[in-house]
Each structure stands twice: as C-alpha cells, then as structure tokens.
Ligand binder design. Structure first.
Ligand code: NAD
Ligand code: TDX
Length: 333
C-alpha cells in the first residue's frame, strides 16, 4: 500500500490519522478528500511535504469526484461523516445524505475500481447499556441505534457489510468509542466544557450526568485503524476501545479540578432527547488478533494535555465557539 485517500481528513479524528500515518509510514502518499463543512478545518493539516500529501476539496456524495479520487489510490480510509448527535436531532437530513448516500458512493467507487476500503464507524450503532450490565459491546452485538446520527452510521455499516458479501468489496469496519484529544470541535462534550471555563462560564451537564462514555485518546484510535487497514481480515468488524468508562459528572468534575476551579462549579441543563445511557467496548478481538494496545491509558494525563492545548490554541477554536453556543442556546442546552 502506497497511496491512500482519507475522507473526512480535515476533521478531528481524520486529521489525527493523517498526521499519524505521515509519521509512521514515510513512504506513503496521503490524499485528504474533504468537503470542509463547519467541522472541517485545513488548519488541522499543516506541515506536510507536497510530494507526500495532497488535498481534494469535494463532497463524498459527488459521484464523479469520488470516483476519480478512488481510481487513483490503493486504499480508502473513510472517516467523513456528520458526527454530532445534537445536530442530528435538530436537522437529520445532512446525516442521511452524508452518512448513508455518501458511503454508498464510496462503496460503488471502490467496487468499480477494486480498491481496499476501511470504514470508520461508532459504538453508538449498538444502542446503549444499563449501568450494571456486565456485557460490553462486541462485534456480534445486535444493532439498535437510538438517534438520527447513530441510525445513519448503522445504515452505512450495513451497506459496507452487504457490498463486502455480495460484491466482494475488500472492506473492513471499525466501531470505536468516544474520542478525546486536541483539535476536537467545541460542540463536543469535553472541548465544550474546557472552552466554557476558559471563557468564564460554567460547564453544562445534560440531565443528571450519570451517562457513561468509554473514552479513548484519538491517537489510539488512529493506531488501531492503521493496524486494521494493514492486518485486518476482509469483511470483518473490529471494536476499538481502551477501557475508559467514566460518567459525565466525573469528567466535568475532573476538568474543573485540573483547571483550578471548584469541582462542583457546573450547571445542569436540559437533557438530550433519547440520550443513550452507557457505552462500553470489549476490544478483545483487536487486541488478540491484531496485537493492538492503547498507549494513552492515563485519562487524567491525557485530559490535562488536552486542556493545555485548548488554552494555547484559542485562535483555532474561538471562531467556532460563538456559532456553536448560539445553537445550544436555542435548544436550552
Ligand atoms: P468531525 O465532525 O470532526 O469531522 C468530519 C469531517 O468530515 C470534517 O472534516 C468534514 O468537513 C468532513 N465531511 C463531512 N461531510 C462530508 C461530505 N459530505 N463529504 C466530504 N467530507 C465531509 O468528525 P470526527 O469526530 O472526526 O469523526 C470522524 C469519524 O469517526 C466519523 O465517521 C464518526 O462517525 C466516527 N467516530 C467518531 C467518534 C468521536 O468520538 N468523535 C467516535 C467513534 C467514531
Ligand atoms: O454540553 C454537553 N453536556 C453533556 O452533558 C454536551 C455537548 C454533551 N453532554 C453529554 C452527552 C453525552 O452523554 O456528554 C456525553 C458526550 O457527548 P458528545 O460529545 O456529544 O458525544 P456522544 O453523543 O457520546 O457521541 C460521540 O461519541 C460517539 C461522538 O460525537 C460521535 O461522533 C461518536 O460516534
């Protein structure tokens, strides 16, 4: 493998993967294919040699443009998506279009040109777990999505499974848990709370804050995706997770403490409709079959570095912050 196309490579996780591969595979050429929606930012893609990196600004739903990009590579790593649950509740259509129709376009192009595809998905396709359920999500867990976001990701996974089985597309899928780290959009939980504090306001907890997420550092997601791309078995699904379960209240309290504030200095806001209670990942298959291990196992240290990044990069996030908070204000969240 020498030439890869990374869709959504200007977003949070896609850009981390691009930097990771650029560093780890010095003989590879990377093309980022991204529509630069509100979530994409070319600032995330600095410092690359133009012999090893190119950028195509286009939509994955654009049949001709995606066909051309796919025809020129060895493999596609597909991160592009509408990714935020709250946005999907306010306006579901872009989620159907990008996540379902866009993935269909990519599948048709990889089928036509006989290219390898790795599809990035989420643990949310499996629905949610009770707080005391001993069974975590596994590759064999039945799909049971709750939101327009997770249902369109589930739909895209189903298309990939069908194209692999019916047409022999050389595809793998990964379902990862909640990512954190630098460059995450301020609409998401952790960056929202850090930037609220940096702007002199209080963190905002949905409902009671007992909802549990299984946190993983973005760079560990990237290393897992590279392992699957190189060593994964065609047609297979791999769960990606780093045993990082925490409830939202604990995370807000830790952010406040690390930022030198009183750990009770947050407010409760309206809950998200249909809010999933708990996600938890069993990543045994990835660890035993492909030998993957996470590196960022100290959540406190990873969170502290993330806070420092937002402190030191205000010009990156301040323009997004105003628009994002206006949207939340309308929702009472
Ligand atoms: P993000 O919203 O930060 O970035 C999405 C990127 O895709 C942006 O650069 C955007 O411009 C691009 N994009 C959106 N629609 C497009 C279209 N129609 N055509 C071309 N480009 C388009 O998202 P993220 O958090 O980095 O998530 C990346 C992927 O990982 C998604 O598939 C998401 O479902 C999945 N995922 C995310 C998490 C998480 O915690 N954020 C966890 C598991 C899986
Ligand atoms: O201000 C907030 N307060 C709050 O309590 C926000 C923005 C969120 N929350 C809660 C809702 C969730 O329980 O925090 C938790 C995390 O919220 P999000 O960051 O919106 O993530 P989540 O809905 O869990 O989905 C994320 O993980 C799976 C990503 O956004 C998805 O793209 C990914 O697939």
């Amino acid at each position: 493998m020498r030439k890869i196309v990374v869709t959504g490579g200007a977003g949070f996780i896609g850009s981390n993967f691009v930097h990771y591969v650029y560093k780890e595979r010095p003989d590879w050429h990377i093309t980022v294919y991204d529509a630069l929606t509100y979530a994409g930012n070319k600032e995330n893609l600095k410092g690359f040699d133009e012999n090893r990196f190119s950028f195509v600004e286009a939509n994955i739903c654009d049949e001709q443009a995606i066909d051309e990009a796919v025809s020129n590579c060895d493999a596609v790593v597909h991160f592009a998506a509408e990714s935020h649950n709250d946005n999907s509740l306010a306006n579901p259509w872009p989620f159907v279009e990008t996540n379902v129709v866009g993935t269909f376009r990519i599948l048709e192009a990889t089928r036509k040109h006989n290219k390898r595809l790795h599809h990035i998905s989420t643990d949310e396709v499996y629905g949610d777990l009770e707080l005391n359920d001993p069974n975590k999500f596994k590759e064999t867990t039945a799909y049971n999505p709750s939101s327009p976001y997770s249902s369109t990701k589930a739909g895209s996974d189903m298309l990939v499974r069908a194209w692999a089985r019916s047409f022999g597309v050389k595809a793998t899928i990964s379902n990862c848990s909640n990512n954190y780290g630098p460059y995450q959009h301020v609409e998401k939980f952790i960056p929202r709370q850090i930037t609220e504090i940096l702007q002199g306001r209080k963190p905002k907890l949905y409902g009671s804050g007992e909802n549990v997420r299984d946190w993983i550092h973005t760079e560990d997601h990237s290393s897992a995706v590279l392992a699957i791309l190189e060593k994964g078995t065609m047609g297979e699904t791999y769960m990606i997770g780093a045993n990082g379960e925490k409830n939202n209240k604990e995370v807000v309290e830790l952010i406040l403490e690390l930022m030198g504030k009183d750990s009770s200095d947050y407010e409760h806001v309206n809950d998200r409709p249909g809010h999933d209670l708990r996600y938890a990942i069993d990543s045994t298959k990835l660890r035993t079959e492909l030998g993957w291990e996470p590196k960022y196992t100290d959540f406190r240290a990873g969170l502290k570095d993330t806070i420092d990044w937002y402190k030191n990069n205000r010009s990156w996030w301040e323009p997004q912050k105003v628009v994002t908070e206006e949207k939340y204000k309308k929702l009472g969240r």
